[in-house]
Write a protein that binds this ligand. Structure first.
Ligand code: TXD
Length: 318
């Protein structure tokens, strides 16, 4: 049986880490595409020459020609500019929507059966644009943001409580912007509410809520925190890991429940817009959008986040 094929569009910071992670996990043969000549070929040659050391058998190649992505089962897109310090993700819309249009045409014309995972920012708008241009069914076009935003929230909780990250469950919903919605009520350590554990630690519900609010705010600003420290470019290890988890769930039909930027059709009261919600990812792509009850505060935060996404998507005049 032929190995699965993964095409990575954009061979920059995230694209390079994606290629290495896909190879290390032997998810499939990897093709890295970029418009810069030589760079994707050089990066993939470097990764492929580590194969004897790391012991992976998949091939890893670079290209400047869309024809080489033919037959890809999964395409992950990172093409586009990252933020500079002080910029919001939304500031990237002008330049990145032009890039995304050409990328989506390349995917549509060369890998028409692929599942597409978008990483480029502003995320919710770029996924919307990609789905419009490719015309692919919405269960095959999705965005990665929630896995990373949730991972950041989980990491902060684990560090605060001194427990393994493996035992922390927490999720963010909504758009991948300053209005994202980390869900406090559902954050738990193996089912035990984080707020209860914080209250035990600090001896008061008030202090527990204060510490939780600080973690929520840090989660919302976490991308910017990394941008500021790096001084040049944005996070790239964690976004790559997050997209690989989504690709793996699809390629290996794991049916993981991952917060995914998906096209909603009335779920959570949202119709016709891409935003982050929990989805079952399997061999059919987005196999199910999991809807659950939000309380009034959560719904208000979600509505606020969706309003921001709507405004941004509206500015593209699709
Ligand atoms: O969680 C998330 N969704 C994100 C998203 C987390 C962090 C960063 N996120 C966004 O991913 C970021 O704001 C950017 O929009 C993308 C890619 O970030 P990366 O750090 O990898 O940017 P680079 O290193 O600048 O790489 C972008 C590459 C670069 O090699 C360009 O030559 C290439 O994109 N590029 C193109 N490739 C193909 N086709 C076209 N037209 C093109 N234009 C530029």
């Amino acid at each position: 049986m032929a190995r699965p094929k993964i095409a990575l569009i954009g061979g920059g910071q995230i694209g390079g880490v994606l290629a290495q992670l896909c190879a290390l996990r032997e998810l499939g043969d990897v093709v890295l595409f970029d418009i810069v000549e030589g760079m994707p070929q050089g990066k993939t040659l470097d990764i492929a020459e580590a194969a004897p050391v790391d012991g992976f058998d998949v091939s890893v190649t670079g290209t400047n020609d869309y024809k080489d992505i033919a037959g890809a089962n999964v395409v992950i897109v990172t093409a586009g500019l990252p933020r500079k310090p002080g910029m919001s993700r939304d500031d990237l819309i002008g330049v990145n929507s032009k890039i995304m249009t050409s990328v989506a045409e390349g995917i549509r014309d060369n890998a028409p059966d692929a599942f597409v995972i978008i990483i480029s920012n502003p995320l919710d708008a770029m996924v919307t644009l990609c789905q419009k241009v490719t015309g692919f069914p919405s269960e095959r076009v999705m965005g990665q943001a929630g896995v990373l935003d949730s991972a950041r929230f989980q990491a902060f909780i684990a560090w605060e409580l001194g427990v393994s990250v493996k035992d922390v469950n927490a999720m963010t919903l909504g758009g991948h912007g300053d209005t994202m919605v980390p869900l406090v009520r559902y954050a738990s350590v193996n089912g035990i509410p984080v707020l209860e554990l914080l209250e035990q630690k600090y001896g008061s519900a008030e202090k527990a809520s204060e510490v939780m609010t600080a973690m929520v705010e840090r989660t919302k600003a976490a991308g910017g925190e990394v941008v500021k420290l790096l001084g040049n470019g944005s996070a790239f290890y964690s976004p790559a890991s997050s997209a690989v988890a989504m690709a793996e769930s699809i390629l290996r039909d794991q049916k993981r429940v991952l917060p995914t930027c998906a096209l909603l059709n009335g779920e959570f009261g949202i119709d016709g817009f891409y935003v982050g919600v929990p989805c079952v990812l399997g061999s059919a792509g987005i196999e199910k959008i999991i809807e659950f009850k939000l309380d009034a505060t959560e719904q208000a935060l979600m509505d606020n986040s969706v309003a921001a996404v709507k405004e941004l998507v509206g500015s593209m005049n699709l």
